[in-house]
Design a protein around this ligand. Structure first.
Ligand code: SAM
Length: 244
């Protein structure tokens, strides 16, 4: 049926495409994608051939409106180069406009590097905050980490290999004593998840420069000692449970 289909694709290992994603890509009338070469290769691998329409968030309003209009009569799949569209990838403006236009929208879930990194890291996952790419400028990077210092959650970032050590240094300075995980080349041949303190990891990656794609995770601050008010409340509670 016509509408917008948000289709997750693999983040490395081509085996990680779902049956539903293949079915949807096979049945759609065309695919909106970031890079027609990348998506062309994936479709070829799946034995499919479809019209490809280049789409990213820099697309003009007119192009976006035309694409949304076409969803009234056509099934349009949206994919990104890898993983789940809209997660540090184009698409939210398209989804918003399609929603406003009353288009039927379906999300076909699949691989997402944030989640793969989190599950491998062994860091607490009851609460996590995904903060996208770490800024490349030193000041912006430190400001971001300082802003997040008191957030009681595991923090997750996307990072590039050449900047990893700089980011670890900034984390060591602004978020001391945290458990850190570097999850690299996920689902691929050289998948690695290395954990430790900022100092451990700086030492390792200075000696063995990182290659490939990276998810950087920082554990939550350790539980703060109870404040005087908390201590009093705990004492009152404890006394109340004492048997006479
Ligand atoms: N939409 C994608 C997703 O669902 O994960 C993310 C797209 S974002 C433009 C690309 C960044 O995601 C990379 O620079 C890297 O930080 C992270 N990433 C993607 N694939 C990865 C992989 N296989 N291993 C580690 N990180 C990956």
């Amino acid at each position: 049926p016509p509408g917008l289909y948000i289709v997750a694709t693999p983040i490395g290992n081509l085996g990680d495409i779902t049956f539903r994603a293949v079915e949807t890509l096979g049945a759609c009338d065309g695919v909106a994608c970031e890079d027609t070469r990348v998506t062309g290769k994936l479709l070829k691998h799946l034995g499919l051939s479809k019209p490809l329409w280049r789409y990213d968030d820099h697309a003009g309003d007119k192009d976006r409106s035309r694409l949304v209009e076409s969803m009234r009569t056509r099934a349009v799949a949206l994919v990104s180069d890898a993983g789940t569209p809209l997660v540090s990838d184009p698409g939210y403006r398209l989804v918003r406009e399609a929603r406003e236009a009353g288009i039927e929208i379906t999300s076909i879930p699949g691989a997402c590097a944030v989640v793969v990194g989190l599950t491998l890291s062994g860091l607490p996952n009851d609460r996590f905050l995904f903060a996208g790419f770490i800024p490349s400028k030193e000041k912006a990077r430190r400001d971001l980490f300082s802003e997040l210092a008191d957030v009681p959650s595991t923090l997750i970032f996307y990072e590039t290999a050449p900047r990893l050590v700089k980011s670890l240094e900034a984390i060591g300075a602004t978020l001391p004593k945290r458990d850190i995980a570097v999850a690299r080349e996920l689902t691929k041949l050289h998948e690695e998840c290395r954990t430790g303190t900022a100092e451990d990891l700086i030492g390792h990656y200075e000696a063995h420069p990182a290659k490939g794609e990276i998810v950087l995770l920082v554990g939550p601050p350790s539980a703060a000692p109870p404040s005087a008010d908390d201590a009093e409340a705990l004492l009152v509670e404890a006394l109340a449970t004492l048997k006479p």
